[in-house]
Ligand binder design. Structure first.
Ligand SMILES: [Zn+2]
Length: 111
């Protein structure tokens, strides 16, 4: 399910890297591709289950305290949530958005 989306990223990752120079046979290339696909698939799976990481700017706190009193302001990057959407989740969201747009135009229509 995730594989068609993962493969363009993989080809982009393997092309132009030193990996390409070390791979000699098609079998080796297939093995490397399989491993990278599996790792990317697992990563996307974890991003589907745990979509958020800590905001890097405020370290997950979501606000910056003023040095005086109890004043504070929200972190501008995460807007006070302290959350950061993980890179893999952005990919999943994009896949879902394109898929949703495709089904909406056909199944839902004007009715
Ligand atoms: Zn933040």
């Amino acid at each position: 399910m995730l594989h068609p989306a993962a493969t363009p990223i993989l080809t982009a990752a393997t092309h132009g890297s030193e990996l390409a120079a070390t791979i000699h046979t098609a079998e080796q290339a297939a093995t490397v591709t399989l491993i990278v696909t599996a790792v990317a698939g697992l990563y996307l799976l974890t991003c589907a289950v745990w979509p958020f990481g800590k905001c890097r700017k405020c370290k997950g706190v979501g606000k910056f305290k003023s040095p005086f009193g109890k004043a504070y302001r929200h972190c501008p990057r995460c807007k006070g949530t302290g959350l950061r959407v993980r890179f893999g989740r952005h990919i999943i969201n994009r896949i879902r958005a394109t898929r949703g747009a495709g089904t909406n135009s056909t199944s839902k229509g004007e009715r």
